[in-house]
Design a protein. Structure first.
Length: 278
């Protein structure tokens, strides 16, 4: 839904988008392009959380001579920015393939765009591997990383608005005297962080989605700035908030589950290590 609302045409609001996708593509339309993200989400998430936590440990060791020392707001900010920058390396190709697969049945109007020979509305890619290979063959490495600047501008502030609210809200709702937050506190704090992060990310997420969808049948945008200018000139400032509701609503449960799984996994591994090496 997010991709269709941000980069598609004729979907209107969220409800109309749901009905249109279901009517034209049935239930399977809601799961297009998900195999590649599902196959890579473990690697992507472990890299982001690993980079963030290890950067915090490094900064704590550097500033306090103790990697387990409580990080400062500055340390968390730096760690968030580092995680955001490095996430683009893995995230851009995955997002590109997902969006291309989701948008290859999107009908386009012919006015003011130069269409490729492929008929709009027909399938271009047979699956994620075929999609990745086709883009690589026709557009090279630059094509695989199409939209990377927009994704960088999305993820750097996005992860700042992800990890900082989580740490602050988790600390706020943890009862005094508790060594660590309980699972419910982690779940709530993670959900709030996800909703806040996606609210911050949505404007650049719109730009990224449009840049990466561009190229299935047409070439409309020359780059990030051109995409922003064309989008604003054609649809006004409201275009940068397309998919905001979908992003924030999905951001809560997905991030809540992510943080809860991360924290519980860490506790389990530490407990196992303690039992093995008392």
């Amino acid at each position: 839904l997010q991709t269709r609302l941000q980069a598609g045409q004729g979907y209107g609001n969220t409800l109309k988008c749901v009905l249109t996708v279901y009517r034209n593509e049935s239930v399977t339309g809601f799961f297009k392009g998900m195999s590649f993200p599902l196959a890579s989400i473990g690697i992507y998430s472990s890299m982001v959380f690993g980079v963030y936590s290890n950067t915090l440990r490094f900064l704590s060791q550097l500033h306090h001579r103790d990697p387990a020392a409580a990080p400062s707001l500055t340390d968390m900010t730096v760690a968030s920015l580092v995680a955001g920058v490095l996430s683009v390396g893995i995230g851009t190709p995955v997002e590109l393939v997902k969006i291309r697969l989701q948008m290859q049945t999107q009908p386009y109007t012919k006015e003011s765009v130069k269409l490729k020979s492929t008929v709009p509305g027909s399938a271009v890619y047979r699956g994620p591997i075929h999609c990745f290979r086709t883009i690589l063959q026709k557009e090279g490495i630059a094509g695989i990383y199409r939209g990377n600047v927009a994704m960088l501008l999305r993820d750097v502030p996005g992860y700042y608005a992800y990890f900082i609210p989580y740490a602050m809200f988790c600390d706020w709702i943890t009862p005094d005297g508790s060594i660590s937050p309980n699972p419910f506190s982690i779940w709530v704090a993670g959900g709030v962080a996800g909703a806040v992060s996606w609210a911050v990310c949505t404007p650049m997420d719109v730009v990224k989605s449009r840049l990466q969808a561009d190229g299935v049948y047409l070439n409309q945008y020359k780059g990030t700035l051109d995409c922003m200018l064309q989008s604003y000139q054609n649809e006004g400032v409201k275009v940068f908030f397309r998919g905001l509701m979908v992003n924030t609503v999905r951001g809560f449960p997905s991030s809540a589950a992510m943080f809860l799984g991360y924290e519980l996994s860490l506790k389990a591994m530490k407990r196992c290590q303690t039992e093995t090496n008392p």
